[in-house]
Design a protein around this ligand. Structure first.
Ligand code: B12
Ligand code: SF4
Length: 600
């Protein structure tokens, strides 16, 4: 039987999804033919205007393991550039119409089953595309969204089957029955639309425990460019890898606590495969694809027992890989971090979420700022880069509380900080508490980026978006220049132009470039009017255009005052400068030695 997996991912949000790679491997093991329709590397015809793909879709996280962060979306470029960038990978590709491309794939491959993998944020896009094509296949959707919202999935005319939970057993059962012409409508964990229009809601399959029995994820069904892994100025090959399932924590903004309840309760929800299985699969991915850089997507890499990590270290150290992983702050212990480092860990993503202890407590993240600072120091002391994940817009949050998150990040000295406006996904405790509808009045699932509209915090949508845009600017800018950063919060042409100057200044500052200055007198004719008594004041040259943006006199006075205090050295410097932290390469793993053009 022919199965067309559908990975409806945002443009250039690369990384091979473990779910499809595992199900694809299982399907092949059972003799089925597999292909993937993947939007990640398809250049959209017009991503600035189409409702299917918008400019927002090229936004991405910055992990401390990644290449130079693009100076967009609030990120500041602080890492070394690589010779090849993500955009270079698609430079020669022609833009395509996604619907036409899917139709072409369907016409060529003639799938019996289209198997969509969907998160809440990608489901609408997948349905839009499926609505735009003709085919005779059955359509099944699996992944987080149908697990949390099966009613929503099965209600869509383009969907025939919604699969709840992990499908390593149930999907195989379904496709085998389908290909043998047997009744597949009774497979556990599946909600199936019947011929009479009713929906059969089968009971849930028991939780899946046999992780060691799973095949190595099949990366070969994906475009090889997914293996592009820039790190520290070099390019490696590798992708996402999952060795555990589930998470024992109960963060109120996350879907995991609900998934745990739906799929059999919290007890036994966290499962980790044996160290031998991880070793065997990583080795196989190295042998098959030359993979030496992995991103472990386990919810928290340091959660397994120390004995497990020791065994993993003994086995995978000789592989000489590098990897990044996510960790919960409360799992950070010096001996575990040391083991991770020995295994090849070079970057950790850490969910800080909020710098305000009260807010953190309200979302079930109970620890003190001091503890967080101490634990992150342990990570840094092992030469591991840190990227933090933060949110603004928590229920009841004030501007002051949001700034505590900026202040805390200034002390943490992370190499990269990501910030989002809280979007309570359906099924998360916050979404349930505040009764947040899954679909908007137009019947569509709103884009997560519009979450500021929900009005959960005490900040307006504009203010939240402004803080999101300038979060990294506040983080790295000397405090004396914060009044200028505040002007950059505004969603106006002037605000954007100001933000561009701030980012240029910070990037120069962080990369150690000489800060060229220019006399204030070249820009402000009458210093007295703006209250400046320093005619010899020099300002950073990158800010020169700020005086041509049409700010009123009072604002110009504030800007000049900021420059005076900055020149006087009133700055409260970062307590630990991110760039001073050494990142010793204990593991001497050479980067991908082949021809870089093989990625293109
Ligand atoms: C790796 C990852 C990514 C990767 C790859 C995505 C992917 N599809 O794998 C990238 C970087 C692209 C990504 C991006 C985002 N992610 Co993400 N991601 C993950 C993460 C950490 C691991 C996924 C994984 O590999 N799991 C292991 C595999 C084996 O499990 P699985 O994918 O669930 O697959 C199993 C089942 O779901 C099912 N299944 C999956 N697909 C299919 C398909 C069919 C046909 C069937 C039958 C079954 C089936 O069977 C699989 C095997 O058992 C999860 C958290 C988690 N632990 O799952 C978050 C998670 C999925 N992401 C999440 C979020 C919020 C995001 C972002 C919005 C983050 C952001 N702010 O940018 C973006 C959204 C991107 C977009 N386009 O909108 C949320 C989703 C919440 C929701 N309600 O949808 C999660 C659950 C994290 C969380 N706990 O909140 N993510
Ligand atoms: S946010 Fe992370 S740590 Fe918290 S419940 Fe979700 S997966 Fe677990």
């Amino acid at each position: 039987m022919k199965i067309l997996f559908f990975h409806p991912e945002r443009y250039l949000n690369i990384g091979i999804p473990s779910g499809i790679a595992t199900l694809g491997a299982l399907a092949k093991q059972h003799g089925h033919e597999v292909e993937v329709f993947d939007t990640t590397l398809l250049k959209p015809e017009s991503y600035a205007t189409s409702h299917l793909v918008s400019e927002k879709d090229v936004e991405r996280n910055v992990s401390a393991g990644d290449e130079t962060a693009p100076i967009v979306n609030g990120h500041i470029g602080i890492f070394k550039q690589t010779a090849v960038t993500l955009e270079d990978l698609v430079a020669d590709d022609k833009p395509v119409d996604y619907g036409e491309e899917l139709q072409r794939t369907i016409d060529r491959f003639s799938p019996d089953l289209i198997a969509v993998s969907a998160m809440t944020t990608t489901f609408q896009f997948a349905c839009d595309l499926l609505n735009a094509v003709r085919h005779d296949a059955k359509v099944i959707v699996g992944g987080v969204h149908p697990t949390i919202a099966p009613e929503d999935c099965i209600a869509q005319s383009v969907i025939d089957i919604a699969c709840i939970g992990e499908a390593d057993h149930t999907f195989v059962e379904l496709i085998n029955r389908m290909s043998e012409g047997k009744d597949y409508t009774t497979v556990k964990s599946m909600w199936v639309k019947l011929a009479d229009g009713t929906v059969r809601k089968n009971d849930l399959d028991p939780r899946f425990f046999d992780l060691d029995g799973l095949p190595t994820p099949d990366w070969s069904i994906f475009d090889e460019r997914h293996l592009f892994r820039p790190y520290d100025g070099q390019v490696y090959k590798g992708s996402l890898y999952s060795q555990s399932r589930g998470c024992p924590m109960r963060c109120a903004y996350c879907v995991d606590p609900t998934i745990a309840e739906i799929t059999g309760g919290r007890s036994g929800y966290f499962r980790v495969q044996s160290a031998q299985t991880t070793y065997r699969q990583l080795k196989q991915l190295y042998d098959l694809h030359g993979a030496t850089w992995f991103k472990f997507v386990d919810d928290t890499f340091l959660l397994p027992k120390i004995e497990h990590l020791e065994e993993l270290r003994d086995l995978i150290k000789p592989l000489n890989i590098k990897f990044g992983c996510s960790v919960m702050p409360n799992t950070i212990r010096p001996e575990k971090v040391a083991l991770a480092r020995e295994m090849g860990c070079v970057a950790m993503s850490i969910g800080v979420e909020s710098g305000d202890p009260e807010i953190r407590k309200s979302v079930m993240r109970r620890y003190k700022n001091e503890e967080l600072i101490e634990r992150l120091k342990v990570v840094k002391d092992h030469g591991i880069r840190i990227s933090t994940f933060n949110m603004v817009g928590f229920p009841g949050e004030t501007r002051e509380q949001a700034f505590r998150t900026i202040e805390l990040n200034r002390k943490l000295g992370a190499e990269a900080c990501n910030v989002y406006i809280l979007y309570p996904y359906p099924g998360s405790p916050i979404a349930m508490k505040y009764d947040i509808p899954l679909r908007g009045e137009d019947g569509r699932i709103p884009d997560a980026i519009e979450s500021g509209k929900l009005g959960l915090s005490q900040m307006s949508e504009e203010e939240l978006e402004g803080i999101r845009q300038t979060f990294n600017a506040y983080l790295y800018a000397p405090k004396t220049l914060w009044p200028i950063v505040q002007l950059a919060e505004r969603n106006t042409e002037r605000g954007h132009a100001t933000l561009a100057m701030v980012k240029r200044f910070i990037t120069d500052m962080l990369s150690g470039c000489e800060i060229v200055t220019t006399p204030i007198l070249d820009h402000v004719a009458d210093l007295e009017v703006v209250g400046c008594e320093q005619p010899d004041l020099e300002i950073p040259h990158v800010f020169s255009p700020i005086f041509g943006l049409g700010y009123d006199q009072e604002t110009i006075a504030k800007i000049v005052d900021a420059f005076i205090r900055h020149a006087r050295g009133d700055d409260e410097l970062l307590e630990r400068n991110a760039l001073e932290v050494d990142n010793p390469e204990i593991i001497d793993q050479p980067p991908f030695a082949g021809d870089l053009r093989s990625f293109m």
